[in-house]
Design a protein around this ligand. Structure first.
Ligand code: PLP
Length: 403
């Protein structure tokens, strides 16, 4: 019950136990095409360039930034938490000229401020994070997308922590590039990074297309701009591999492809609305349970992600001792936190397979028991009840709707 990685859906684990197949086996290339179509559904996009980057979520981030940004290109980065700093670091390694908008942890960035900075700085790209698990906040993207499209700025977002638990509308919100991972609300293991790229973004990076010697024929044409400084994360090469020609690049990670495929199938079978609803009620029940217990929640609750809540560690309580007893006595893991929040808050996730009533209720019950053992000043006997009430109201409303 941490902020990820989380327990995988059993069907994802089953899918991963299947035999390996060759990368040009028609079953494999068929699966690759299915994965592209499935993730168009997950991302709410018609982008042709929708595929997997092999590696953890940051492989997706790095592929986008290293392929789109040349040394000296300007990128504007609103930083709402730890992962905003990661975007800056990767952009810095690429040699981009970076301007940041720093927001206090626990808040999100005001779109008006973004518009002002775009006018002043005139960046090629705006890079941001949707859900930043470090602060539990979910940055609204619709208005930022509209601004970027108006000023002709490429709009990239890392939606690893939010995808599958919070709305993400790639086409409607004018996103040019989005990358995610499986180990949060999609309910899979870390190690595959689904991405989607708009036609405009693909046009831009295609200017740096390069074909490896040894594969190149007379029919191939290279781009006019400097070569991308990473081979593994060269998106035009990866697009050539996933595209019609299937030009060899890396060996596609077969088992991770099975996992990514199953995650998307589960998401689409349950249905986007139902999945988001399940995450919303789990997040609400967890937050209400904690508050009723007398604990204080972290950050601006108006912008909290559905799938993770930050909660202050009560005064005079050893946060790490509580975490370790939860793990060792109850088999339940909750998260610690980074940077300015280190030692101040725990982060409790309700994601993917763990966004279930029994997981929420048993986590609250276990936390209460351990806090009582440590003589924390909390309200006993009411937290689990509050969460149960929250779920009962939700199921009641659902059954009324169904009628
Ligand atoms: C969890 C998380 C990641 C994870 O990156 P990995 O490379 O898979 O460890 C990336 N971005 C955000 C916003 C996250 O919350």
């Amino acid at each position: 019950m941490g902020p990820g990685p989380i327990n995988a859906y059993p069907r994802v684990l089953q899918a991963m136990s299947n035999q390996l197949i060759g990368q040009y086996d028609p079953v494999m290339t068929g699966y690759m095409q299915q994965v592209q179509q499935l993730y168009r559904g997950v991302f709410n996009t018609s982008n042709e360039a929708t595929l997997l980057i092999d590696g953890t979520a940051r492989a997706g981030i790095e592929a986008v930034l290293v392929s789109a940004l040349k040394p000296g290109d300007k990128v504007l980065i609103p930083v709402i938490g730890r992962f905003g700093h990661l975007l800056c670091e990767i952009a810095y390694r690429v040699g981009a000229e970076i301007r940041t908008i720093e927001v206090e942890w626990g808040e999100v960035c005001d779109p008006a401020l973004i518009e002002k900075e775009i006018k002043a700085f005139q960046p090629k790209m705006l890079a941001t994070v949707q859900g930043d698990t470090s602060t539990t906040m979910n940055q609204p993207l619709a208005e930022i997308g509209e601004i970027c499209s108006r000023y002709g700025v490429l709009f990239y977002c890392d939606a690893t922590a939010s995808v599958g638990g919070n709305a993400l509308k790639v086409d409607e919100w004018y996103l040019d590039a989005v990358s995610v991972g499986l180990q949060k609300c999609l309910g899979g293991p870390s190690g595959s990074a689904p991405i989607t790229l708009s036609d405009g973004f693909v046009n831009e990076i295609s200017k740096r297309r390069h074909i490896e010697l040894g594969l190149r024929t007379e029919q191939h044409s290279a781009g006019s701009e400097p070569m991308i400084r990473s081979n593994y994360f060269d998106l035009p090469m990866i697009l050539d591999y996933w595209g019609e020609e299937r030009l060899n690049h890396h060996t596609e990670a077969t088992t991770m492809l099975y996992a990514a495929r199953e995650c998307a199938r589960l998401f689409l079978e349950e249905g986007e609305n139902a999945v988001l609803d399940r995450h919303e009620v789990a997040g609400q029940a967890m937050a209400q349970g904690l508050e009723t217990m007398g604990l204080k929640l972290f950050g601006n609750q108006k912008y909290k992600m559905n799938n993770v809540v930050g909660v202050y560690i009560p005064q005079h309580i050893d946060g790490e001792a509580i975490r370790s007893e939860l793990l060792n006595l109850f088999g339940i893991e909750i998260g610690t936190s980074f940077g300015p929040l280190h030692g101040k808050i725990w982060r409790i996730g309700t994601m993917g397979y763990n966004a279930r009533q029994e997981a929420v209720l048993s986590t609250l019950a276990a936390l209460e028991a351990v806090l009582v053992k440590h003589k924390a000043a909390i309200n006993t006997g009411v937290g689990v009840q509050a969460a149960m009430t929250c779920y009962a109201a939700h199921f009641q409303a659902q059954s009324v709707l169904a009628k």
